[in-house]
Write a protein that binds this ligand. Structure first.
Ligand code: WAQ
Ligand code: MG
Length: 243
């Protein structure tokens, strides 16, 4: 689903979402995506596009990352925590600085930036759109187990589940070292840093309440960019919990 609003000549991104579903679920999912698009904290869209495609490949099973939370008091403290985690994962200070420039920009993208881990240079072919991770799902029974686990920490929401699934797909992609994410929704101030090594690390107060900025950055080694994009945008994956 992709919802946007026209402002002059520009299409402002309002919200987007994607999933893999059984055919019987499609009517209810279309309704859910539609309702979600029109009741969004970024405002009311004047265009909602829902695309349905048959998945022909057998989805790849990928492990869901383990979840943890770092409680920060302010965006300044959060930036410090994020920097420490990313530097520990081998990302340069310069790339971290560039990444914050992307996710704190008022010009939000629909997708993610692909950034070199050292130089901070960017590889995504379309800078306004970015790379859009798609074709990701979770089986019903598995989702129930995930819900139970998240409930223990009081974070069993659709938002957390979707972000965890997306981060797990990104982390499973060869050539990607780590991800930084901040929501572009003005009322949602928890973001995360993720990688196979550190898992899915939630960071509270990563931005000020009311801010419309946000975004995602995937840090890459710099080789095989076209296979990375193909994997993220096209390869069907299903998340599974580690036992
Ligand atoms: N692929 C690539 N980038 C995306 C995608 C996608 N499928 N969906 C969103 N983005 C980018 C885009 O630039 C958005 O502006 C930005 O990410 C934020 O998207 O554990 O809600 O959907 O408490 O607003 C994370 C923390 C919440 C959840 C993330 O992101 C938790 C969130 P949003
Ligand atoms: Mg959003």
């Amino acid at each position: 689903m992709r919802a946007s609003r026209r402002l002059g000549k520009k299409d402002l991104h309002v919200s987007g979402a994607e999933g893999i579903y059984d055919e019987e679920e499609i009517p209810e999912q279309i309704r859910a995506y539609y309702l979600r698009a029109i009741h969004h904290s970024r405002g009311r869209p004047d265009s909602v596009i829902i695309t349905i495609e048959k998945v022909r490949e057998r989805p790849l099973k990928i492990p869901l990352l383990p979840v943890s939370t770092i409680h920060c008091e302010s965006p300044k403290e959060a930036k410090e925590a994020v920097s420490n985690l990313l530097i520990r994962e081998g990302i340069s200070r310069r790339a971290v600085r560039e990444a914050f420039r992307v996710v704190r920009s008022r010009q939000t993208m629909r997708g993610a930036a692909l950034m070199h881990f050292e130089s901070g240079l960017r590889f995504e072919p379309d800078r306004e759109r970015g790379i859009r991770v798609s074709r990701l799902g979770i089986e019903k029974a598995e989702e129930r187990r995930l819900s139970l686990r998240l409930k223990r920490d009081g974070i069993n929401t659709a938002r957390v589940k979707e972000a965890l699934l997306l981060a797990s797909k990104v982390a499973s992609c060869p050539g990607i070292m780590a991800e930084l994410c901040i929501s572009d929704d003005p009322d949602y101030t928890t973001g995360y840093v993720a990688s196979r090594g550190i898992g899915y690390v939630r960071i509270t107060n990563i931005k000020a309440k009311g801010s419309r900025s946000g975004g995602r950055v995937f840090f890459v080694h710099g080789e095989g960019i076209s296979s990375i994009i193909e994997y993220l945008e096209r390869r069907p994956v299903i998340g599974v919990l580690e036992r």
